[in-house]
Ligand binder design. Structure first.
Ligand SMILES: [Zn+2]
Length: 198
């Protein structure tokens, strides 16, 4: 038995039917105090009314809709990884095809660079020092590209052979590029057959 009126949280304990240590003195007080009894009864009526109300739940897409309008900070490396992931195809044949196309594109660029280099070589025979200087700058850049794409050994061979070397290298690369295109078409046909379930 306690000699004061109950606090709101103590009334909640009684309404909830709590049976913990310390509930007995609260009950004893309520039995002898009409005022607290009235408050407990009132709280019980409210709780019962709340229980009878329909229970609402948010829509299953609620969280998604909210998050669409929330700007989430994305670190640059995560954004970059996601961009790359979107660019990389999902199926293995498509991945191989993309890789082959990348190699083919690099090859075409390298051949174009070789051709430009050859043209610049011919040009300098008849030109002055200004173009000579420009040729040196461009040639060193092209050498960097060719060396990176084919390795220094290939670069040395092509240089040693001069125009004939460039011609042979171009033919080899053209054959390789044609093979790559045929391979890509085969892969595309195979994957479309598989997708069609035949
Ligand atoms: Zn009381």
């Amino acid at each position: 038995m306690i000699n004061r009126h109950l606090l709101p949280n103590e009334i909640d304990l009684l309404v909830d039917g709590d049976v913990g240590f310390g509930v007995a003195p609260l009950r004893a007080h309520v039995r002898q105090c009409p005022e607290c009894q009235a408050r407990v009864d009132e709280a019980r009526v409210i709780v019962d009314a709340l229980e009878e109300l329909p229970h609402f739940a948010p829509s299953s897409v609620f969280a998604e809709r909210v998050m669409q309008q929330v700007h989430v900070f994305e670190p640059w490396h995560v954004a970059a990884r996601n961009s790359v992931r979107r660019l990389v195809p999902h199926s293995t044949p498509a991945r191989i095809a993309a890789a082959v196309m990348g190699v083919a594109a690099t090859t075409v660029l390298a051949v174009a660079s070789l051709w430009i280099g050859m043209r610049l070589d011919m040009l300098t025979v008849f030109s002055g020092t200004a173009i000579q200087r420009g040729r040196e700058i461009v040639a060193s850049a092209i050498e960097g590209v060719v060396g990176a794409a084919f390795g220094p050994a290939a670069l040395a061979v092509v240089r040693a052979m001069g125009a004939a070397g460039l011609l042979v290298a171009t033919i080899i690369l053209a054959v390789a590029a044609t093979g790559a295109v045929i391979g890509v078409r085969r892969l595309a046909t195979a994957s479309s057959r598989r997708a069609g379930g035949q």
